[in-house]
Ligand binder design. Structure first.
Ligand code: PAF
Length: 274
């Protein structure tokens, strides 16, 4: 695996490798990331992954400074997953001193995580566009666990006519249903035990909505279920799967999305709803 840390190193590797599938990450890799690498590899191209903890997508109250970092462990995982190229740029490369451009996506970025974390999706869209410009991949792989992020990146790619195909990959879950996330490492033992209740509540709610129960009452019940498990629900919402607009009744395609605070950890999850 080639490890590139400067643009000349990246460009030399890029020339040698030909068409690429790309997996952008912030490191602290788990099975969910490795499923993205596997999906990219299965498409038959060489796989490039980036590791960059992007400061602009963290708010002032977020966990940028203590975000888990394990470069040596991550590189070993990428290498054994068959990655051909690891791109590890520094902040000076991604955000040079005279940089003056950023990307603001409206539409699917407006609600939910966009409302809870102002500036978050501008940070994501900007860094992803820069990474696409540097790597020039044919396809890029994103985990469905961050459903809204996938829709925001897809919207940006369509709006800016970027020549990359966005490939969503299903969420990888722990055996008890908890969606894998680098931030799960922050959970205490009792919190870790309680955490799968978010996914369970979503499963119950989607079952009830598909069975025809009233949406508002079902979502209210799901919030109660999550609160009973010791979490503070931020939102549990039925939305149009691509626009992320709230839906008062079942639309197609629909997604049930949720965020809840468990101790200091913000858990996200979502399931298809029709
Ligand atoms: O999902 C992530 O890990 C990040 O938001 C991403 C896409 C790597 C951009 O920093």
């Amino acid at each position: 695996m080639i490890i590139a840390r400067t643009l000349p190193e990246l460009n030399a590797a890029r020339e040698a490798l030909g068409p690429l599938g790309f997996v952008p990450t912030m490191g602290a890799l788990h099975q969910g990331h490795l499923a993205l690498v596997a999906a990219a590899g299965a498409a038959g191209k060489a796989v490039a992954a980036s590791i960059f903890v992007n400061p602009t997508q963290f708010g002032p109250k977020d966990d940028f400074a203590r975000y888990p970092r394990d470069e040596a462990g991550d590189l070993a995982k990428l290498e054994s997953a068959g990655c051909a190229l690891a791109w590890l740029p520094g902040v000076d490369i991604m955000y040079p001193p005279h940089g003056a451009s950023s990307i603001h996506v409206a539409g699917p970025a407006l609600h939910w995580e966009g409302a809870a974390r102002p500036g978050h999706f501008a940070g994501v869209a900007t860094v992803v566009a820069k990474l696409f410009g540097q790597i020039r991949p044919e396809a890029a792989y994103f985990g469905e666990k961050d459903w809204q992020q996938v829709q925001v990146v897809s919207r940006m790619v369509a709006d800016l006519h970027l020549p990359v195909c966005i490939v969503p990959v299903p969420t990888v879950r722990e055996p008890d249903g908890l969606a894998m996330s680098s931030r799960n490492a922050y959970l205490t033992a009792p919190e870790r035990k309680a955490a799968p209740a978010l996914h369970t509540a979503l499963q119950h709610a989607v079952r009830d909505i598909i069975a025809g129960k009233e949406v508002a009452a079902t979502l209210h019940h799901a919030r109660q279920e999550v609160a009973l498990a010791g979490m503070v629900p931020d939102y549990i919402a039925l939305v149009h799967a691509e626009t992320l607009e709230p839906a008062a009744a079942l639309v197609r395609p629909a997604r049930l999305i949720a965020a809840a605070k468990l101790g200091h950890v913000r858990l996200l999850d979502n399931v298809p709803a029709g």
